[in-house]
Write a protein that binds this ligand. Structure first.
Ligand SMILES: [Zn+2]
Length: 330
């Protein structure tokens, strides 16, 4: 089969399979032996309803804090002038700083609440449209810089997508990409969100650099991020909670195996008389309070163990995110 990252014909060994119980779809995670990227098969972006079902109690508070990738971008040796496009800009935290630094800022995101926040803080050119719609509307527009922070892993067809981004860049234009590091510890089975149809590809610094180089970019900066303590603390917590929940699911709902139960998203309890039952029916406020209380006691009790694990990961140089900054050369 053809790899969606390098487009080469690859035997693409199956690393694992994952069933999404919202769409009732099985995905294979395949490793391309030609470029080293891991990709989902099949790959198709989910409808907006999928996100609502996956995360019914999403109540994100928006703020202007910059993440690690944002900060790396502002450390680049640039004039910070001209036009910048942030694809998947969220609440506009990066763009706000970009505009303050001298850029003419443009952003798109599918989350209407985040876009409303961005407009509210004075970002005039942020809209709630898809990348395809944006391209059609502003076909001939060129940007000096395009940034993709935690976006590329959501794209079903990364080769085609980055080729389109490249078309939108001026000659020598900048591209910054930050994605989760596929080499990070405590991932995948610990993190339900890291599976399709949420994330379609997994990247290491090497595969990301190879990919951008192949598409005609000159790599200027390539960095690995840090390993925050809360990452270790939280992932072990949510892993344990999902294990406990799966036992409860197994006890209360018949006809579902322990293995299937533990791979369900946290929001889904399981099947009852052939019908999917969602934990979303439990008032989410109580659920949040319960999780907060559990997490408080867990964080104290597990501190010595988690601290040791965290220090070990730091010593062996593990990182959560990777960042690459490149320029269009051809
Ligand atoms: Zn490949």
């Amino acid at each position: 089969m053809n790899c969606p990252v390098c487009l080469k014909d690859s035997t693409a060994e199956i690393l694992e399979t994952h069933t999404d119980y919202i769409n009732n779809q099985e995905y294979k995670m395949r490793l391309c032996e030609k470029c080293g990227a891991v990709f989902a098969d099949p790959a198709a972006a989910p409808a907006a309803e999928w996100y609502i079902k996956f995360s019914p109690a999403r109540r994100e508070k928006f703020n202007l804090r910059l993440n690690w990738g944002h900060r790396k971008y502002f450390e680049e040796d640039l004039s910070f002038t001209g036009k910048i496009l942030d694809v998947g800009c969220g609440c506009g935290n990066f763009l706000y700083k970009a505009q303050e630094s001298g850029y003419q800022a443009t952003g798109i995101d599918f989350d209407g609440r985040a876009v409303a926040f961005a407009n509210g803080i004075g970002l005039k050119d942020v809209s709630c449209i898809s990348f395809e719609e944006f391209r059609n509307k502003r076909a001939n527009e060129k940007f000096d810089s395009v940034v993709l922070f935690e976006f590329l892993e959501h794209v079903p067809d990364p080769n085609r997508f980055v080729a389109q981004i490249k078309d939108m860049l001026v000659q020598n234009g900048c591209l910054a990409v930050m994605v989760p590091n596929a080499d990070r510890p405590l991932c995948f089975r610990f993190q339900q969100y890291d599976y399709p149809p949420q994330h379609f590809t997994r990247w290491t610094l090497k595969t990301l650099k190879t990919f951008l180089g192949m598409l005609g970019f000159n790599i200027i900066t390539a960095k690995k991020g840090s390993m925050p303590y809360f990452y270790v603390n939280d992932n072990i917590f949510y892993f344990l909670v999902s294990k406990i929940l799966s036992v409860i699911k197994r006890c209360f709902y018949s006809g579902i195996s322990y293995k299937d139960a533990s791979s369900l998203p946290l929001d889904t309890i399981g099947e009852k008389s052939g019908k999917k039952v969602s934990i979303g029916s439990v008032p989410s406020r109580y659920r949040r309070i319960l999780v907060k209380i559990l997490k408080f006691f867990y964080s104290i009790i597990f501190f010595p163990i988690n601290f040791f694990i965290w220090m070990w990961f730091k010593i062996i140089g593990k990182s959560c995110y990777i960042y690459v900054f490149a320029r269009k050369i051809q």
